[in-house]
Write a protein that binds this ligand. Sequence first.
Ligand SMILES: [Cu+2]
Length: 145
Amino acid sequence: MHPIFRHVFIPLMFMIFSNQIFAEVAISDAWVRASAPGQKVGAAYMTLQSPQATKLFYVETKQADAVEIHSMSMTNGIMKMRKLDVLTLQPNKPEKLAPGGFHLMLFGLKTALKAGENVTLTLCFKDDKEQITHQDITLPIKEAN
Ligand SMILES: [Cu+2]
């Protein structure tokens, strides 16, 4: 490699590489609830932790028509679900999506969600500088217990 190229490309590659590392959101405990026969709606759960402030603002999958970000809360003994425009992640603060709380709701399932199979979701995040990143994640389908 010509020295000139080395001085241009290596710092550039490092910048791209370090930027991706910085943007990555850690996703753990991800799973999708197995659907009952004929059911057209599904739910996905996971823990999200970001090294910097960011927002989950869009999710999609080939296995459903649409995915919404929902919160769930108990008001006067009634469970209420609400669609959120974004799920805000504070730096290094794990945000748990779990039954009874935040979740991703899959509408218009194209196939039944069978335990032992997988669902792939694309999660889209937008940081404070309006920079958008996408992360694909494959979630196992499990029976709720
Ligand atoms: Cu919901």
